[in-house]
Design a protein around this ligand. Structure first.
Ligand code: SAH
Length: 406
C-alpha cells in the first residue's frame, strides 16, 4: 500500500499522462510513495451512450455534468481512514501552499474535475472542500487537479532529494524565496554577490533573510501582514519601506486655548457668542477644533504638529483662518498618498452651548477636506466645572483621525 492515494474523477484521464511521466511524480509512483487512480467518468455514464451531461434546467448555454455518474464514481472509490474529497471549481477557495501542507498528512485525496459549464449543484454535497486554482476560468478541472497532485507529492517524505529544500522556499513561510546563484562566478559580466562566496554563514543567512523580505515587499507586498512584519529582519532599508505596508494610520490631536476678553470665539470656522463676551486667544484665529484635527492628521503620518508647519513666530499666520491652514494640511496628506477615512473630535467647553452649531462646523470641515459630512464626528461636553475648561479659563479639543492608503 502506498503512503498517499490520489483518486481522480475525470472525463479526460489522458490529461494525467503528463504528470505520470515527469520527474518527482514518476519517482514517487515507482517508489510506491503515491498511488494515482484515474476514474473515467464516462464509464459511469448512463444508457448505451454513457451520457454524463445534460442541458441546464431553466435554459442557457452549454451542458452541465449530471449528478448520478459523479455520485456513482465517488461511491465506487474505496475510502481510506484519512480521506478528503476536493471539488475543482473557480468558485472555490484559491489554492495556497498551506493547503498542500495541511493535506499532506492525509492518506487519500479524491479530486472531482468538472467540465463544460460545470456540474449539477448537488455534486457540491460530496465535497469536503471546493478549490480554485486562481481567479480565472479553465475548461476543465484536470489542470487544477494536476497542480494539486504535483504540489502535494513533492511535500511527501521521500519524494524530494533534499528535504531541506522544502524549508526555505517561497510560500512555505510568508516570504518569497531569496535569489539563487550557481557557477560560474561571473556570467556575461553579471557577478554573484560577494557575500555568497564569503564563506561567512551568519552573513549569508542574514543576506538571504533580507533579500527574501525585499523581494516580497517589491513583488507581493499583499503577502506581508502587520503580524509577520513585526517578525521581519530589522534594517534601515526596511524601515524606510514600512510606509508601503501600512494600509491605515491613526493620529491623535489635542489643543487648548485661553478664553480672554476682546477676541472672537471661533470653533470649526463658526463664530460663537460667549455669554461673557469671551473669545479664544492665540496667534491665528485660535480655532481649537480645527487645530486638534490638523494635529491628528499630521500625527497619523508622523509629521509632527501644526506648530512645525505654521510657526506662531511667523507674522503671516497672525489671525490666520484655521480652515485655510487645514486646506494646506490636507493637501500635504494627499500628496503623501493618504486619504482621510474618518475623523472624530470632542470639544470640552463649559459655555456656550456647542451642539446647535455642530452641523454647521461639520459642513465647513467637509468642504475643506472634500469628504462626506458622515465621516466627521463632532461631540461636545462640559467639564462639570472641573479644571481649566470647567472654570472657563479655556476651551480644549481632542481629535482622532484615521487615514487610509490611496
Ligand atoms: N460555469 C462555471 C465554470 C465552468 S468551467 C462557473 O462559472 O463556475 C468547467 C470546469 O472547469 C469547472 O467545473 C471546474 O471543475 C474547472 N475549472 C475551471 N476553472 C477553474 C479554476 N480556476 N479552478 C478550479 N477549477 C476550475
Amino acid at each position: 500500500m502506498s503512503n498517499f492515494n490520489f483518486d481522480v474523477i475525470t472525463l479526460f484521464p489522458k490529461a494525467f499522462e503528463l504528470i505520470k511521466n515527469s520527474g518527482v511524480i514518476t519517482r514517487a509512483l515507482e517508489k510506491n510513495l503515491i498511488d494515482l487512480n484515474l476514474h473515467d467518468l464516462r464509464e459511469f455514464g448512463e444508457g448505451s451512450y454513457r451520457q454524463v451531461d445534460d442541458k441546464p434546467y431553466g435554459g442557457g448555454a452549454g451542458m452541465v455534468l449530471k449528478p448520478e455518474p459523479i455520485f456513482n464514481a465517488h461511491e465506487s472509490i474505496s475510502k481510506f481512514p484519512k480521506s478528503k474529497t476536493l471539488l475543482m471549481t473557480p468558485q472555490g477557495k484559491v489554492l495556497k501552499q498551506k493547503d498542500l501542507v495541511r493535506w499532506s498528512t492525509l492518506d487519500q485525496i479524491i479530486i472531482i474535475c468538472g467540465q463544460y459549464e460545470g456540474f449539477d449543484e448537488r455534486v457540491r454535497s460530496l465535497a469536503d472542500e471546493e478549490i480554485s486554482l486562481g481567479d480565472y476560468v479553465l475548461s476543465g478541472g484536470e489542470i487544477p487537479a494536476i497542480s494539486i497532485i504535483n504540489g502535494l507529492t513533492r511535500l511527501l517524505p521521500g519524494t524530494l532529494g533534499d528535504p531541506d529544500s522544502l524549508v526555505d522556499e517561497s510560500h512555505n513561510s510568508y516570504l518569497l524565496e531569496y535569489p539563487h546563484y550557481t557557477r560560474p562566478l561571473i556570467f556575461r559580466e553579471m557577478k554573484v554577490p560577494d557575500v555568497l562566496v564569503s564563506g561567512n554563514h551568519k552573513e549569508i543567512k542574514l543576506w538571504r533573510n533580507q533579500k527574501s523580505f525585499e523581494r516580497t515587499l517589491e513583488r507581493r507586498n499583499d503577502l506581508i501582514s502587520n503580524e509577520n512584519y513585526k517578525k521581519s529582519p530589522k534594517s534601515k532599508r526596511i524601515n524606510k519601506e514600512s510606509n508601503l505596508l501600512m494600509e491605515f494610520r491613526i493620529g491623535n490631536g489635542y489643543d487648548i486655548h485661553r478664553l480672554v476678553e476682546g477676541r472672537n470665539l471661533i470653533i470649526g470656522g463658526i463664530t460663537l457668542q460667549h455669554p461673557e463676551n469671551l473669545g479664544l486667544d492665540g496667534h491665528s484665529d485660535a480655532d481649537v477644533l480645527i487645530h486638534s484635527i490638523m494635529d491628528s492628521l499630521l500625527g497619523a503620518i508622523s509629521l509632527g504638529d501644526i506648530g512645525k508647519f505654521f510657526p506662531p513666530t511667523e507674522e503671516k499666520w497672525k489671525n490666520a483662518d484655521s480652515l485655510f491652514l487645514l486646506s494646506k494640511v490636507i493637501e500635504l496628506i494627499r500628496k503623501e498618498g493618504w486619504e482621510v477615512n474618518n475623523i472624530d473630535s470632542v470639544i470640552v467647553a463649559e459655555r456656550p452651548k456647542i451642539k446647535p452649531h455642530v452641523e454647521a462646523m461639520k459642513k465647513n470641515i467637509s468642504e475643506i477636506l472634500h469628504i462626506d459630512e458622515n465621516l466627521i464626528g463632532i461631540k461636545a461636553t462640559t467639564n462639570e466645572q472641573l479644571g481649566p475648561e470647567g472654570r472657563e479659563e479655556g476651551i480644549s479639543c481632542h481629535s482622532v483621525a484615521l487615514l487610509v492608503k490611496k
